[in-house]
Design a protein around this ligand. Structure first.
Ligand SMILES: Nc1ncnc2c1ncn2[C@@H]1O[C@H](COP(=O)(O)OP(=O)(O)OP(=O)(O)O)[C@@H](O)[C@H]1O
Length: 816
C-alpha cells in the first residue's frame, strides 16, 4: 500500500464530503498487461497417481505441451502449446501455490486486485486444485491461511467500515455490526446441520480442522500495513448459474434465493453483483467456514464425467480494507483477491446428455459463457481497436471484465485430463489458454480506483445493502435507501467516465443495429426470392390443373364417369390400405425386433458391467471402456503366456540335459556292472585257486598279534614267501554268522562223544599235533558264499573288523 498511504492525509477534504478522484483521463499513459497461464495435468489414475502420461497423445516439457491427433483423413498432426509452467500429474498443491499464487499474494499486499481462475473440461481437476481435500488442501485454504498469517496482529476487532461496490467502503453503525454478527452466527449454525443434498461438496468442520493442521508450510508474506494502520478482511461468494448471479452467503432458510442484478462501478468501469453479501472474517476458521457455507449452496450435480460436477462458475473473494487507526472515516480503496472455479466445458451430445431437461440447459449456459470468454480472449489478442470484446455476451465475462482489460492481475490455471475421449475438448482448452498467454492488453482506461484516494464516503446504513428480508429473525424491516444515492453529483470526472462508458455502449449498440439491419435486408431478399418461387409454382399448378380438365373433356371421362372411375378408385384405395397394412405390420415387426435388440443390448451391457468396473450406461461408452479393459487384459495375458513359454522352453532344455546325464549314467552303470562281473569272476577264480593250492605252513608260524596287525590293514595278506598270496577282505557278518550256524547244525548232526572231544583237547594240551591256523582259516574261507565279493567297496554296509574276524575264525575252528 506504499503509494496510497503516503498521500492519504494530504488528499483529505476538510468538509468531509465524498472523494473526488483527481485524474486526467487524457494524460493517462497506456501500458500493456498480460495474463499468466499455467497448466496442471490430472493423473491418469487418481487412485494410484503417477507422473505417467498418455504418451500416445501428449508429450510435455517444462513449459509446453504437444498433442498428437489424427484428422478425418487419418493423417497424424501435432500441435504445441506454450505456457508459463506445466505442472505434471504428481505436482503437489504446495508447489502450485508457491509457483502460481505466492507472487500474486505479494501483488495483493501491494494493493493490486488479483483474480485466479481454473479453466478446463469437466472432471479435469479444477475443484480439486481450488478446494483440495482435507489431507491435501487446495489453493483457497492456502490463500486464506497466508493472508491471515501475514496480517496477524493488524486485524481490527470492531469493524467501522464495510466494503461497498467494487473498491469503496461504507461506514457501519453499531446496529449494523450487531446484525452482521447475527447473520454470521446463523450461517455457522447452519453448517453444523447434516448435509441434505446428494451433491453436497462441503468439507466438514472436523475435516476443516484437519486441513488447518496440514497448512503449516504456507509462508507469511510482508504486507504494506503500517504500524498506525489496521485492516479488516471481508468475504463474499457468488455463483453464475444459468446466466444468473446468486449470492452463496445469503441466508434464507427454506426459501429460494432470488438472483442478483449486475451493476457497474463507474470508478473503475468494473461490474459487480449488486447487493452481494460481504461478511467480515476475523480468523482463518471464520473465513473458511464462510467458504464452506457457500459451497453448501453451490449448484452441483452428478454427470457422466464427474459425480460431483460444478454446474456453475463460482467466485470466492476476500477483500482487504485498510484504514488509519486514528481515522475511522478514511480508508484506502479496498483490494480484492478472487478465486474463481469455472464450471467444466463439455461437448453436449458426446457425453450422452439429452437435448431436454435442466442439465442440458446448464451445460448450454456453461458452454455459452465459456465461448464468450474465448471470444474475448481472441478479440483482445487481435488487438483490433474497432471491435470490442463481447464482454456483455455473458455475465461471467461481464463480472471479470476488469481483469480481462488489464486492471489487476489475472492468473489462469488450465486443468487437463488425459482421457482419450476428452482429447478434442482438451485441445480446445489448450488452444484457448495458449492464446490467453500470448495476449497483450493495452490498458487504455484511466487507472483503477486502487490508485486513488477515497476519504469519508458518506455514512450509509450497511444493512440496506442486503438486510431486506422481512422473514429473517435477524433482519428488521429497514427502510430501503436508493443504492446509488451519493451526494457527489457535481463530479466532472465521474461524468466523463460515464460519458466514455456511454460512448462505448453506444458504439456497441450501433454495431448491433448495423448487424441487425444487414440481417434484415438479407432476410428480405430471401423472402422476395421465396415469394417469386411460390408464385411460379402456383402458376404451373394452375396450368396443369387446366390441362387435366382439358384432357378429361377430350377423353370423355366426364361422361363415362360413374362405374369405371369409381372402380379404379376403389381398387386403388384397396391397394393402398393393403400396402398401409403391410407397412404397418413391417413397422410393428421392426419395432419388436428393435425392442428385442435393445433388451439384448441392455443384458449385454449388464453382463459387461458385472464383469468390468464401468459406471456408464451409454452402450457406446460401455463397449468402448470394455474394449479398453479387454485390451489391457489381452496384453497382460500375452505377457503371461510369453513368460510361461519361456519357462517351458527352459524346462525342456533342463529335461534334455537330464536325459543325457541319465543316458551317460546308465552307460557308466553298465560299464561298472561289466567290470564288477569281471572282478567277481577273477575273485572267485582266485578263491578257487586258493582252495586247491597247497597249504602254506608259514601262517602257522605267525603269532596272533602278527596276524591281527596284518588284518588291521583291512586286507588280510597271508604271505607265503612271495610264492602264494591270499587276500581276505572284510567278511560280511551276516554271511559269516550264517556259515557258523550252518557249521553248528552240521556239527550237531555228527556229534562226537564227550570223551572223544576231551581226548582231542588233551591231545592239544599234551602238545599233540596242533591244528594248523592256516587250515582253520581255510575252513572259514570254505564257508564263504558263492556270490561273495572280495572288494570291500561292494559290501560297505556290513563289514567285519579285523579283530572280530579273527575271533570268529578262532571260535569256528575251536568248534570244529
Ligand atoms: N491432480 C489430481 N490428483 C488427484 N485427484 C485428482 C486430481 N485432479 C482431479 N482429481 C480427482 O478427479 C475428480 C474430479 O475432479 P474435480 O471435481 O476437481 O473436477 P472438475 O474439473 O472440478 O469437474 P467439474 O467441472 O465437473 O466440476 C475428483 O474426484 C478429484 O479428486
Amino acid at each position: 500500500m506504499a503509494t496510497p498511504s503516503s498521500t492519504l492525509l494530504m488528499s483529505s477534504n476538510s468538509d468531509g464530503s465524498s472523494f473526488t478522484p483527481s485524474m486526467n483521463v487524457g494524460n493517462v499513459t497506456p501500458s500493456t498487461a498480460s495474463y499468466t497461464v499455467y497448466v496442471r495435468i490430472k493423473p491418469l489414475d487418481v487412485l494410484n497417481p503417477s507422473n505417467a502420461l498418455s504418451e500416445e497423445h501428449y508429450s510435455v516439457s517444462d513449459t509446453s505441451i504437444t498433442t498428437t491427433d489424427s484428422n478425418k483423413k487419418h493423417e497424424m498432426h501435432q500441435n504445441t502449446y506454450k505456457f508459463a509452467k506445466v505442472f505434471l500429474p504428481l505436482a503437489s498443491q504446495t508447489e502450485i501455490f508457491a509457483t502460481a499464487i505466492e507472487p500474486r499474494l505479494r501483488d495483493f499486499f501491494d494493493s493490486t486486485d488479483v483474480l485466479i481462475f481454473s479453466y478446463g473440461t469437466s472432471s479435469s481437476g479444477k475443484s480439486h486444485t481450488m478446494q483440495g481435500t482435507p489431507s491435501n488442501p487446495g489453493l483457497i485454504p492456502r490463500v486464506l491461511k497466508s493472508i491471515y498469517e501475514s496480517v496477524s496482529g493488524r486485524l481490527e476487532s470492531d469493524y467501522k467500515l464495510a466494503p461497498y461496490k467494487s473498491t469503496q467502503a461504507v461506514l457501519l453503525s453499531k446496529s449494523d455490526l450487531e446484525l452482521i454478527e447475527k447473520q454470521k452466527q446463523c450461517l455457522f449454525d447452519s453448517l453444523t446441520a447434516p448435509a441434505q443434498e446428494s451433491g453436497d461438496v462441503t468439507i466438514s468442520g472436523i475435516q476443516a480442522a484437519d486441513m488447518l493442521a496440514s497448512l503449516d508450510d504456507v509462508s507469511i508474506l510482508p504486507t504494506c500495513i503500517k504500524d498506525d494502520e489496521v485492516c479488516s478482511l471481508w468475504v463474499s461468494f457468488f455463483e453464475v448459474y444459468n446466466e444468473q448471479v446468486f449470492d452463496l452467503l445469503a441466508f434464507r432458510k427454506g426459501q429460494k434465493l432470488p438472483p442478483l442484478g449486475i451493476n457497474m462501478d463507474r470508478d473503475d468501469n468494473s461490474y459487480y453483483p449488486s447487493k452481494l453479501e460481504h461478511l467480515p472474517a476475523a480468523s482463518w476458521d471464520e473465513a473458511y467456514n464462510l467458504y464452506r457455507f457457500g459451497k453448501k449452496n453451490l449448484h452441483v450435480s452428478s454427470t457422466l464425467l464427474n459425480r460431483k460436477s460444478s454446474r456453475s462458475h463460482c467466485v470466492f473473494t476476500i477483500k482487504m480494507l485498510i484504514r488509519p487507526k486514528s481515522d475511522e472515516g478514511s480508508y484506502y480503496p479496498t483490494v480484492s483477491f478472487s478465486i474463481c472455479d469455472l464450471a467444466g466445458s463439455e461437448r453436449m451430445m458426446a457425453h450422452g446428455e439429452s437435448k431436454t431437461g435442466s442439465s442440458f440447459q446448464e451445460m448450454k449456459s456453461i458452454n455459452n459463457s465459456l465461448l464468450a470468454l474465448n471470444k474475448c480472449f481472441l478479440t483482445l489478442k487481435r488487438g483490433n481497436n474497432t471491435v470490442l470484446p463481447p464482454f456483455r455476451d455473458s455475465n461471467l465475462t461481464k463480472l471479470i471484465k476488469k481483469f480481462l482489460v488489464g486492471h489487476g492481475k489475472l492468473v489462469m490455471i488450465a486443468t487437463i485430463s488425459q482421457s482419450p475421449e476428452l482429447l478434442p475438448e482438451t485441445q480446445h482448452i489448450l488452444k484457448m489458454t495458449a492464446i490467453a498467454l500470448t495476449t497483450r492488453v493495452v490498458v487504455k482506461d484511466p487507472a483503477p480506483a486502487s490508485q486513488m484516494m477515497v476519504r469519508n464516503t458518506p455514512r450509509r446504513r450497511f444493512s440496506t445493502n442486503y438486510l431486506r428480508e422481512p422473514g429473517c429473525k435477524h433482519r428488521p424491516n429497514l427502510p430501503q435507501i436508493a443504492e446509488h444515492a451519493q451526494p457527489n453529483s457535481d463530479n466532472s470526472v465521474e461524468l466523463t467516465q460515464q460519458l466514455f462508458q456511454l460512448a462505448l455502449e453506444k458504439e456497441t449498440l450501433l454495431q448491433e443495429i448495423r448487424t441487425l439491419s444487414e440481417w434484415k435486408s438479407r432476410a428480405l431478399d430471401e423472402f422476395t426470392k421465396k415469394q417469386r418461387e411460390y408464385d411460379s409454382l402456383m402458376e404451373s399448378h394452375n396450368r396443369q390443373q387446366q390441362r387435366i380438365t382439358q384432357l378429361e373433356a377430350e377423353c370423355g371421362i366426364a361422361e363415362a364417369s360413374g362405374t369405371s372411375w369409381y372402380k379404379s378408385i376403389l381398387e386403388l384405395s384397396k391397394k393402398m390400405s393393403e400396402r398401409a397394412r403391410e407397412d404397418f405390420e413391417e413397422k410393428v415387426n421392426l419395432q419388436t425386433d428393435l425392442y428385442a435388440t435393445r433388451m439384448e443390448l441392455k443384458n449385454i451391457i449388464l453382463t459387461i458391467k458385472e464383469q468390468f468396473p464401468i459406471d456408464s450406461n451409454d452402450p457406446h461408452q460401455v463397449v468402448q471402456r470394455m474394449l479398453y479393459f479387454v485390451k489391457d487384459m489381452k496384453t497382460a495375458a500375452t505377457e503371461e503366456i510369453a513368460e510361461y513359454l519361456e519357462a517351458l522352453s527352459k524346462c525342456h532344455a533342463e529335461l534334455a540335459a537330464g536325459k543325457e546325464t541319465i543316458t551317460n549314467l546308465s552307460l557308466k552303470v553298465n560299464q561298472l556292472e561289466e567290470e564288477l562281473t569281471l572282478c567277481r569272476q577273477s575273485e572267485l577264480e582266485k578263491v578257487e585257486t586258493e582252495k586247491t593250492a597247497p597249504i602254506d605252513n608259514t601262517l602257522s608260524d605267525m603269532d596272533e598279534n602278527e596276524y591281527c596287525s596284518v588284518r588291521s590293514s583291512r586286507r588280510l595278506r597271508c604271505t607265503t614267501d612271495g610264492v602264494q598270496r591270499l587276500e581276505v577282505p572284510c567278511i560280511p557278518i551276516r554271511e559269516m554268522k550264517t556259515s557258523t550256524k550252518k557249521k553248528r547244525r552240521t556239527k550237531r548232526a555228527s556229534i562226537k562223544p564227550k570223551d572223544a572231544s576231551l581226548e582231542s583237547d588233551d591231545q592239544t594240551e599234551v602238545g599233540g599235533p596242533r591244528r594248523n591256523p592256516r587250515r582253520r582259516l581255510l575252513g572259514d574261507i570254505d564257508c564263504l558264499p558263492d556270490d561273495f565279493v572280495s572288494d570291500d567297496r561292494l559290501s560297505p554296509k556290513v563289514q567285519l573288523s579285523p579283530g572280530s574276524a579273527m575271533k570268529t575264525l578262532r571260535s569256528s575252528s575251536r568248534r570244529k
